[in-house]
Design a protein around this ligand. Sequence first.
Ligand code: A3P
Length: 284
Amino acid sequence: MENSEEPMTYFRHNGIIFCSQLHSVERLESLKDANIDPHIPVLLTYPKSGTTWMQQIMSLILCNDDDSTKAINLYERAPWMESVRYNFENMDHQLLTSHLNYQMVPNCVKNKMLKIIYVARNPKDVIVSSYHFHKCSHFLEEPKNFQDFLEKFVEGNVFFGSWFEHIREWYSHKDELNILFMAYEDMKNDLRSVVQKVASFLNKKLDEKTLESILNQCTFKHMQENPKTNYKSVPELFDFESGSFYRKGITGDWKNHFLVSQNEWFNSIYQEKMGDFPLKFDNM
Ligand code: A3P
């Protein structure tokens, strides 16, 4: 990526791939003892599962659709705790976001007082979204081709490691945590119910007018056009000529990318790794 200001490299920590433009071993290590106010909710996702969408939903609920809060970039209202670009401990924020696995989050996140929302998405759509995201991110290596990327994803040799392990591990600890699992597909099917469910989990009451306003501001089009949610303010991270952060925002786009043989191969791996997993995804 010629436009990149820094050399684009990955590094591994605890066996997981991170990006040196966004992460560091020091930060990841010091995070274990970070102090988080247990009243600040945490959003956890595997990358490309609808993180930004849920950040916007949670942020608008938490501020009750307040204009001065909305004037702040979404990534500052809901910073990534593992990012070296911002130190969330020195910032005002409404919620924290993380792609980390269970082992690597700060110890205090495991306190039952703290509310966690985990958003999961059909892994085939995660793969497609991530494949395109790699092409327009300055901090990720451009994939050789879809087949190569698919294999790397299945092996967990992509940033933030294995999708399978991420979701399985978080789910296996659900009874020790105050965690709400949500699906991208449910957000697509019935956003109103999702917003109501999230508001209720966060102990927030929304009147009808506020709910309508939040729903309006969470549409794909609105978020794509809104300078506070569309990442256009960080051209050092994205090459908007090569793609858009708001790419399609649909479910089932994997059908336009997977060959029949790739789908059969992925299904057999999925069955082997996730056959007994209680959460099921639409459109598999
Ligand atoms: P696609 O690449 O399939 O379009 P994340 O925020 O975790 O990186 O996830 C990004 C994915 O969520 C992208 O998927 C993006 O288009 C989609 N997305 C973001 N906001 C959305 C919205 N308001 N409605 C539907 N999809 C949305």
